[in-house]
Design a protein around this ligand. Sequence first.
Ligand SMILES: [Cu+2]
Length: 448
Amino acid sequence: MPSLSTLLSFATLAAALPARDDSEHMFARRQGGMSLGGIGSLLQMAGSGKLGQYMGEPEATEAFTSLAKFFGATKTSPGGLQAYSIGQLNKGYGIVADPAGASAKRVVLKTRVSTPGAQTIKVRYGPYKVPSTKHVNGLGQAGMLSNFPHSGMAKPCEGECTILGMSAGLEYADGRNANIDSGMWLHHMVLFNVGPGREDPPCAQRDVSLPHVSIGATSRNSERIFASGNERSEGIIPNWGIKDTGYKLQPADKFAALVELMNQTPQDQTVYLTMTYDIIAGHPYKDDVKVLWFDVRQCGTSEVNPPKNQTRFVLDYQWTASFDGELIGAIGHLHDGGERTTLAIDNKLTCTNVAKYGTKPEFIQPASLNVAPPTAGGHTHGGDMPHISDMNVCHGPSLVGGTSMRKGQVWTLKAYYDLDKYRGMAHEDGSLEEVMGIEILFVRRKAA
Ligand SMILES: [Cu+2]
């Protein structure tokens, strides 16, 4: 029964974080002083063991945001959610010591770009211990390291450099690739840059933005600069034909990430997240790059429960541009069942990212790994199952409707799902898993 332990972990959080010595009084005071905004429904869902599915409900973002506020988050302070995530939700899992004989933490690879002087460096993060399918966490998820907040991550350079490209991966200690064929998923990772002048435009006006407070920062002192699902799309600016801009890193910047890893085997697994960076020393270009995050559950859980009794549906998100720039690349992210993401500027279509399934053997889940976990929250499937393995990145000529971003324009993301065409993932009780609709935009900002 996860319900009691879940309630207990929330209670422990309540007792531990806001006021160690006087939590009851604090609870009463906060109840009087602000709306609980759905914390009651959170506890109710926890009690019924359905908290995981609740993450995808429309009101979940508000409820979790209220929880974050209850634990001290404000416009300028992250509060205690990160401590909860490490100390309770993912207790016993997450970052562990390097096993003996592990590969090097930082490796220079063959350069992926033709830019003179550029280097391609692979950095390993972790390792992270990921629970087996037998372990169910406080959200009701089996075999999941759940949005583990990793602060103080190594950067590709410590001084001034410019990032030209990024991509993510997952590896076992000996350097072997970890993917669906062996039961390990880079479910997702979100990379944040925290530092002076950093800000995440679509979330900057919110009181509290969940992803940002989850890593111990706010949307006003950090920005999401990259993300990857298991499809592991690459964002490499020079390979888009753009040779005179990049993301300028400053010495005061700090990296952090949300790391969600899924294990479909009955044993705990220890794996490394990898980031491969293409960098060039210093700041040789005038124009900077801003990374913009579009999300159908923006500043919230990012998760959406598929509408009931509907096999085809569209999720969307709109943002009114708050600055001028030029779109140079767009990476889409969907979950299984997803067909494509599109991006439109003032209703004019400019980018289509199409999902492809199982184009490589490592993205096909063998039926032998479809062992139903003993408790709810796992993933059950019949037969070999192909998962999303590719999504084309829009850049250059594939940005068909233009690239010019002007303050006041309405930019629209749509995520198209077709569950008749592609099988979605399901919880053990047969209900469909949460899905996502995300697009990360690389935008050039002209130097003044
Ligand atoms: Cu996702």
